[in-house]
Design a binder for this molecule. Structure first.
Ligand code: AHG
Ligand code: MN
Ligand code: MN
Length: 338
Protein backbone atom coordinates (compact mmCIF):
# COMPACT_ATOMS: atom_id res chain seq x y z
CA UNK A 1 0.00 0.00 0.00
CA UNK A 2 1.43 3.38 -0.91
CA UNK A 3 1.34 6.25 1.50
CA UNK A 4 -1.27 8.97 0.97
CA UNK A 5 -0.10 12.46 0.01
CA UNK A 6 -1.97 15.35 1.60
CA UNK A 7 -2.67 18.67 -0.12
CA UNK A 8 -0.23 20.47 2.18
CA UNK A 9 2.55 17.97 1.46
CA UNK A 10 1.89 18.19 -2.26
CA UNK A 11 1.92 22.00 -2.29
CA UNK A 12 5.21 22.15 -0.39
CA UNK A 13 6.81 19.50 -2.61
CA UNK A 14 5.73 21.43 -5.71
CA UNK A 15 7.15 24.64 -4.28
CA UNK A 16 10.54 22.99 -3.80
CA UNK A 17 10.57 21.61 -7.36
CA UNK A 18 9.92 25.03 -8.94
CA UNK A 19 12.85 27.29 -8.29
CA UNK A 20 10.81 30.46 -8.92
CA UNK A 21 8.05 29.48 -6.50
CA UNK A 22 7.98 31.23 -3.17
CA UNK A 23 6.54 30.19 0.14
CA UNK A 24 3.88 32.93 -0.07
CA UNK A 25 1.83 31.21 -2.75
CA UNK A 26 2.17 27.95 -0.88
CA UNK A 27 0.78 29.56 2.27
CA UNK A 28 -2.08 31.11 0.36
CA UNK A 29 -3.11 27.83 -1.25
CA UNK A 30 -3.00 26.12 2.13
CA UNK A 31 -5.24 28.81 3.60
CA UNK A 32 -7.75 28.37 0.78
CA UNK A 33 -7.71 24.61 1.45
CA UNK A 34 -8.39 25.29 5.12
CA UNK A 35 -11.26 27.68 4.37
CA UNK A 36 -12.71 25.04 2.02
CA UNK A 37 -12.76 22.52 4.88
CA UNK A 38 -14.72 24.93 7.06
CA UNK A 39 -17.20 25.71 4.27
CA UNK A 40 -17.49 21.99 3.61
CA UNK A 41 -18.44 21.39 7.25
CA UNK A 42 -21.27 23.92 6.98
CA UNK A 43 -22.46 22.67 3.59
CA UNK A 44 -22.63 19.15 5.01
CA UNK A 45 -24.77 20.15 7.95
CA UNK A 46 -26.85 22.63 5.97
CA UNK A 47 -29.94 20.45 6.37
CA UNK A 48 -29.58 20.29 10.12
CA UNK A 49 -29.39 23.90 11.19
CA UNK A 50 -31.07 27.13 10.42
CA UNK A 51 -28.64 28.05 7.68
CA UNK A 52 -30.71 27.04 4.70
CA UNK A 53 -32.79 29.53 2.81
CA UNK A 54 -32.44 33.00 1.45
CA UNK A 55 -30.68 35.90 3.06
CA UNK A 56 -32.55 39.21 2.83
CA UNK A 57 -29.96 40.90 0.63
CA UNK A 58 -29.15 40.74 -3.04
CA UNK A 59 -25.51 40.29 -4.00
CA UNK A 60 -23.41 42.69 -6.07
CA UNK A 61 -24.80 41.14 -9.26
CA UNK A 62 -28.42 41.72 -8.11
CA UNK A 63 -29.22 38.08 -7.40
CA UNK A 64 -30.81 36.73 -4.26
CA UNK A 65 -28.21 35.46 -1.86
CA UNK A 66 -28.56 32.23 0.08
CA UNK A 67 -27.26 32.27 3.66
CA UNK A 68 -24.46 29.86 2.92
CA UNK A 69 -23.12 32.27 0.28
CA UNK A 70 -22.60 34.83 3.01
CA UNK A 71 -21.09 32.27 5.34
CA UNK A 72 -18.63 31.03 2.69
CA UNK A 73 -17.71 34.58 1.76
CA UNK A 74 -17.00 35.49 5.39
CA UNK A 75 -14.88 32.40 6.04
CA UNK A 76 -12.74 33.05 2.95
CA UNK A 77 -12.21 36.64 4.06
CA UNK A 78 -11.29 35.50 7.61
CA UNK A 79 -8.67 33.05 6.38
CA UNK A 80 -7.17 35.21 3.66
CA UNK A 81 -7.08 38.37 5.76
CA UNK A 82 -4.88 36.71 8.33
CA UNK A 83 -2.73 34.71 5.92
CA UNK A 84 -0.27 37.58 5.43
CA UNK A 85 0.13 36.61 1.77
CA UNK A 86 -3.05 38.17 0.42
CA UNK A 87 -3.34 41.94 -0.01
CA UNK A 88 -6.98 41.98 -1.07
CA UNK A 89 -9.97 40.02 -2.26
CA UNK A 90 -12.70 40.53 -4.86
CA UNK A 91 -15.77 38.37 -4.47
CA UNK A 92 -18.97 37.73 -6.37
CA UNK A 93 -20.72 38.56 -3.09
CA UNK A 94 -19.17 41.99 -2.57
CA UNK A 95 -19.89 45.17 -4.48
CA UNK A 96 -16.27 46.30 -4.16
CA UNK A 97 -12.95 44.59 -3.46
CA UNK A 98 -11.63 44.51 0.10
CA UNK A 99 -8.12 45.53 1.14
CA UNK A 100 -6.32 43.54 3.79
CA UNK A 101 -4.01 45.35 6.19
CA UNK A 102 -0.34 44.34 6.35
CA UNK A 103 0.51 41.56 8.81
CA UNK A 104 3.71 41.86 10.82
CA UNK A 105 4.36 44.96 8.71
CA UNK A 106 4.31 42.79 5.62
CA UNK A 107 1.88 43.53 2.80
CA UNK A 108 0.80 40.50 0.74
CA UNK A 109 2.05 39.97 -2.80
CA UNK A 110 -1.14 38.41 -4.11
CA UNK A 111 -4.80 39.22 -4.64
CA UNK A 112 -7.57 36.64 -4.75
CA UNK A 113 -10.83 36.51 -6.73
CA UNK A 114 -13.61 34.17 -5.53
CA UNK A 115 -17.06 32.85 -6.15
CA UNK A 116 -17.48 31.67 -2.54
CA UNK A 117 -20.46 29.46 -3.27
CA UNK A 118 -21.26 28.47 -6.82
CA UNK A 119 -24.65 26.92 -7.56
CA UNK A 120 -26.40 28.42 -4.57
CA UNK A 121 -29.87 27.61 -5.95
CA UNK A 122 -28.93 23.96 -5.37
CA UNK A 123 -28.17 24.20 -1.65
CA UNK A 124 -31.70 23.75 -0.38
CA UNK A 125 -32.21 20.62 -2.45
CA UNK A 126 -29.01 18.77 -1.58
CA UNK A 127 -27.35 19.08 -4.98
CA UNK A 128 -23.61 19.74 -5.44
CA UNK A 129 -22.29 23.25 -4.93
CA UNK A 130 -18.76 24.62 -5.20
CA UNK A 131 -16.20 27.33 -4.48
CA UNK A 132 -14.11 28.89 -7.27
CA UNK A 133 -10.88 30.85 -6.75
CA UNK A 134 -8.15 32.60 -8.72
CA UNK A 135 -4.87 34.12 -7.52
CA UNK A 136 -3.00 36.99 -9.18
CA UNK A 137 0.35 38.57 -8.42
CA UNK A 138 -0.59 42.18 -7.62
CA UNK A 139 0.41 44.93 -10.07
CA UNK A 140 0.75 47.73 -7.52
CA UNK A 141 3.96 47.93 -5.46
CA UNK A 142 3.97 45.55 -2.49
CA UNK A 143 4.31 48.37 0.05
CA UNK A 144 1.11 50.10 -1.08
CA UNK A 145 -2.58 49.32 -0.76
CA UNK A 146 -4.19 47.31 -3.55
CA UNK A 147 -6.16 49.05 -6.28
CA UNK A 148 -8.90 47.89 -8.62
CA UNK A 149 -6.40 47.28 -11.43
CA UNK A 150 -4.82 44.50 -9.35
CA UNK A 151 -8.04 42.54 -9.85
CA UNK A 152 -8.73 43.51 -13.47
CA UNK A 153 -6.02 41.28 -14.91
CA UNK A 154 -6.66 38.85 -17.75
CA UNK A 155 -6.94 35.18 -16.86
CA UNK A 156 -3.64 34.55 -18.63
CA UNK A 157 -1.92 36.28 -15.71
CA UNK A 158 -3.39 33.97 -13.07
CA UNK A 159 -0.63 32.38 -11.01
CA UNK A 160 -3.01 29.76 -9.66
CA UNK A 161 -6.69 28.88 -9.83
CA UNK A 162 -8.99 26.12 -8.76
CA UNK A 163 -12.28 25.00 -7.39
CA UNK A 164 -13.77 22.90 -4.65
CA UNK A 165 -16.79 20.72 -5.37
CA UNK A 166 -18.95 19.80 -2.38
CA UNK A 167 -20.53 16.70 -3.90
CA UNK A 168 -20.85 13.04 -3.03
CA UNK A 169 -17.31 13.64 -1.89
CA UNK A 170 -15.52 16.95 -1.48
CA UNK A 171 -12.76 17.46 -4.03
CA UNK A 172 -10.34 20.35 -4.45
CA UNK A 173 -8.87 20.76 -7.93
CA UNK A 174 -6.16 23.33 -8.60
CA UNK A 175 -3.34 24.34 -10.89
CA UNK A 176 -0.36 26.66 -10.62
CA UNK A 177 0.32 26.44 -14.34
CA UNK A 178 2.04 23.05 -14.23
CA UNK A 179 -0.93 20.76 -14.88
CA UNK A 180 -4.04 20.06 -12.82
CA UNK A 181 -4.34 17.89 -9.72
CA UNK A 182 -7.32 16.86 -7.60
CA UNK A 183 -7.52 16.11 -3.86
CA UNK A 184 -10.38 14.34 -2.15
CA UNK A 185 -11.27 15.26 1.42
CA UNK A 186 -10.96 12.27 3.71
CA UNK A 187 -13.39 13.17 6.50
CA UNK A 188 -11.87 10.62 8.86
CA UNK A 189 -8.55 12.50 9.00
CA UNK A 190 -9.82 15.91 7.86
CA UNK A 191 -7.28 16.16 5.06
CA UNK A 192 -7.46 16.67 1.31
CA UNK A 193 -5.54 13.71 -0.16
CA UNK A 194 -4.11 13.49 -3.68
CA UNK A 195 -6.62 11.39 -5.63
CA UNK A 196 -6.47 12.66 -9.24
CA UNK A 197 -2.93 13.24 -10.46
CA UNK A 198 -2.24 15.27 -13.62
CA UNK A 199 -5.82 15.48 -14.88
CA UNK A 200 -6.20 15.51 -18.68
CA UNK A 201 -9.52 16.34 -20.30
CA UNK A 202 -10.58 13.85 -23.02
CA UNK A 203 -10.25 15.19 -26.56
CA UNK A 204 -14.00 14.67 -26.98
CA UNK A 205 -16.74 13.19 -24.86
CA UNK A 206 -20.37 12.12 -24.68
CA UNK A 207 -21.83 15.14 -22.83
CA UNK A 208 -23.11 18.58 -23.62
CA UNK A 209 -24.10 20.88 -20.80
CA UNK A 210 -26.32 23.90 -21.37
CA UNK A 211 -29.56 25.32 -19.97
CA UNK A 212 -31.61 24.15 -22.93
CA UNK A 213 -34.66 25.87 -21.45
CA UNK A 214 -33.22 29.07 -22.94
CA UNK A 215 -32.88 27.52 -26.41
CA UNK A 216 -35.18 30.03 -28.10
CA UNK A 217 -33.24 32.92 -26.53
CA UNK A 218 -29.91 31.80 -28.00
CA UNK A 219 -28.44 33.13 -31.25
CA UNK A 220 -28.83 31.04 -34.40
CA UNK A 221 -25.31 29.57 -34.36
CA UNK A 222 -25.76 28.28 -30.79
CA UNK A 223 -29.14 26.79 -31.66
CA UNK A 224 -27.60 25.05 -34.68
CA UNK A 225 -24.79 23.66 -32.54
CA UNK A 226 -27.23 22.44 -29.88
CA UNK A 227 -29.35 20.78 -32.60
CA UNK A 228 -26.18 19.05 -33.80
CA UNK A 229 -25.37 17.79 -30.28
CA UNK A 230 -28.89 16.48 -29.99
CA UNK A 231 -28.69 14.86 -33.46
CA UNK A 232 -25.53 13.07 -32.40
CA UNK A 233 -27.40 11.72 -29.36
CA UNK A 234 -24.95 13.39 -27.02
CA UNK A 235 -26.15 13.18 -23.44
CA UNK A 236 -27.48 16.41 -21.98
CA UNK A 237 -26.36 17.00 -18.39
CA UNK A 238 -27.01 20.32 -16.67
CA UNK A 239 -26.69 20.65 -12.92
CA UNK A 240 -26.92 24.44 -12.67
CA UNK A 241 -23.69 24.52 -10.66
CA UNK A 242 -20.97 25.44 -13.13
CA UNK A 243 -18.30 23.80 -10.96
CA UNK A 244 -20.15 20.48 -11.04
CA UNK A 245 -20.85 20.63 -14.77
CA UNK A 246 -17.20 21.44 -15.51
CA UNK A 247 -16.00 18.74 -13.10
CA UNK A 248 -17.88 16.08 -15.09
CA UNK A 249 -16.51 17.38 -18.39
CA UNK A 250 -12.96 17.54 -17.06
CA UNK A 251 -13.01 13.82 -16.34
CA UNK A 252 -15.41 12.42 -18.92
CA UNK A 253 -15.21 14.93 -21.78
CA UNK A 254 -17.84 17.14 -23.32
CA UNK A 255 -18.74 20.76 -23.78
CA UNK A 256 -20.23 23.36 -21.42
CA UNK A 257 -22.08 26.36 -22.87
CA UNK A 258 -23.54 29.46 -21.28
CA UNK A 259 -24.16 31.77 -24.27
CA UNK A 260 -25.73 35.22 -24.21
CA UNK A 261 -29.52 35.28 -23.84
CA UNK A 262 -32.05 38.09 -24.05
CA UNK A 263 -31.96 38.46 -20.27
CA UNK A 264 -28.15 38.38 -20.18
CA UNK A 265 -26.97 39.95 -23.46
CA UNK A 266 -23.31 39.53 -22.45
CA UNK A 267 -23.79 36.10 -20.89
CA UNK A 268 -24.60 35.41 -17.24
CA UNK A 269 -21.40 34.04 -15.77
CA UNK A 270 -18.84 36.33 -14.22
CA UNK A 271 -15.50 36.68 -15.98
CA UNK A 272 -13.40 37.19 -12.84
CA UNK A 273 -14.99 34.75 -10.44
CA UNK A 274 -16.28 31.95 -12.67
CA UNK A 275 -15.10 32.00 -16.30
CA UNK A 276 -11.42 32.79 -15.83
CA UNK A 277 -10.49 30.36 -13.03
CA UNK A 278 -12.40 27.51 -14.68
CA UNK A 279 -11.01 28.37 -18.14
CA UNK A 280 -7.52 28.25 -16.59
CA UNK A 281 -8.18 24.76 -15.18
CA UNK A 282 -9.73 23.51 -18.43
CA UNK A 283 -6.80 24.83 -20.51
CA UNK A 284 -4.24 23.45 -18.09
CA UNK A 285 -5.94 20.06 -18.52
CA UNK A 286 -5.65 20.36 -22.33
CA UNK A 287 -9.09 21.80 -23.09
CA UNK A 288 -10.25 25.06 -24.64
CA UNK A 289 -12.36 27.98 -23.38
CA UNK A 290 -13.82 30.71 -25.61
CA UNK A 291 -16.62 33.24 -25.59
CA UNK A 292 -19.32 33.18 -28.29
CA UNK A 293 -17.26 35.56 -30.41
CA UNK A 294 -14.53 32.89 -30.32
CA UNK A 295 -12.14 35.02 -28.26
CA UNK A 296 -10.06 33.04 -25.81
CA UNK A 297 -11.55 33.65 -22.34
CA UNK A 298 -8.11 33.96 -20.72
CA UNK A 299 -7.13 36.79 -23.09
CA UNK A 300 -10.15 38.97 -22.31
CA UNK A 301 -9.19 42.19 -20.51
CA UNK A 302 -11.67 42.76 -17.67
CA UNK A 303 -13.05 46.28 -17.41
CA UNK A 304 -15.08 45.90 -14.23
CA UNK A 305 -15.14 43.58 -11.27
CA UNK A 306 -18.54 42.05 -11.96
CA UNK A 307 -18.19 41.81 -15.74
CA UNK A 308 -20.11 38.96 -17.32
CA UNK A 309 -19.14 36.87 -20.30
CA UNK A 310 -20.60 34.20 -22.53
CA UNK A 311 -18.60 31.00 -22.25
CA UNK A 312 -18.02 27.77 -24.13
CA UNK A 313 -15.48 25.38 -22.69
CA UNK A 314 -14.47 21.77 -22.63
CA UNK A 315 -12.93 19.05 -24.79
CA UNK A 316 -10.69 20.59 -27.45
CA UNK A 317 -12.04 18.72 -30.50
CA UNK A 318 -15.61 19.64 -29.52
CA UNK A 319 -14.77 23.31 -29.04
CA UNK A 320 -13.13 23.35 -32.49
CA UNK A 321 -16.26 21.82 -33.96
CA UNK A 322 -18.49 24.33 -32.17
CA UNK A 323 -16.32 27.16 -33.53
CA UNK A 324 -17.07 25.92 -37.07
CA UNK A 325 -20.79 26.33 -36.36
CA UNK A 326 -20.23 29.85 -35.14
CA UNK A 327 -18.23 30.73 -38.25
CA UNK A 328 -20.82 29.20 -40.52
CA UNK A 329 -23.93 30.73 -38.96
CA UNK A 330 -22.88 33.90 -37.12
CA UNK A 331 -23.00 36.90 -39.43
CA UNK A 332 -20.08 38.90 -38.03
CA UNK A 333 -17.36 36.44 -37.14
CA UNK A 334 -14.55 36.24 -39.68
CA UNK A 335 -12.89 32.81 -40.06
CA UNK A 336 -9.46 34.10 -38.96
CA UNK A 337 -10.73 35.32 -35.55
CA UNK A 338 -10.60 31.79 -34.16
P1 AHG B 1 -23.98 31.33 -8.37
O1 AHG B 1 -24.70 30.35 -7.53
O2 AHG B 1 -22.57 31.58 -7.92
O3 AHG B 1 -24.75 32.61 -8.61
O4 AHG B 1 -23.72 30.68 -9.82
C1 AHG B 1 -24.75 30.06 -10.53
C2 AHG B 1 -24.33 30.02 -11.95
C3 AHG B 1 -23.57 28.76 -12.38
O5 AHG B 1 -23.02 28.00 -11.39
C4 AHG B 1 -24.56 27.98 -13.17
O6 AHG B 1 -23.91 27.32 -14.21
C5 AHG B 1 -25.53 29.00 -13.66
O7 AHG B 1 -25.48 30.08 -12.77
C6 AHG B 1 -26.93 28.51 -13.74
O8 AHG B 1 -27.72 29.48 -14.31
P2 AHG B 1 -29.17 29.19 -14.92
O9 AHG B 1 -30.04 28.83 -13.78
O10 AHG B 1 -29.54 30.45 -15.62
O11 AHG B 1 -28.99 28.04 -15.91
MN1 MN C 1 -21.29 30.96 -9.48
MN1 MN D 1 -21.89 32.30 -6.03
Amino acid sequence: MHRIETLDEFIIKRQKSHSTATGELTGLLRDIGLAAKIVNREVNKAGLINILGKYQEENASGEQVAKLDIYANERLIDFLKTSGECAGLASEELENYVKFPPRNEKQGKYVVVVDPLDGSSNIDVNVSVGTIFGIYRRLTPDDQEVEERDFLQPGLDLVAAGYVIYGTSTILVYSTGHGVNGFTLDPSIGEFCLSHRDIKIPNEGPYYSVNQGYYLKFDLEMRRYIDYCSDLNLRLRYIGTMVADIHRILFQGGVFLYPNTRKYPKGKLRLLYECNPLAYIVEQAGGKALNVKLDRILEMIPEELHQRSSVIMGSPAMIDEMAEFVQRYAPNIPAESQ
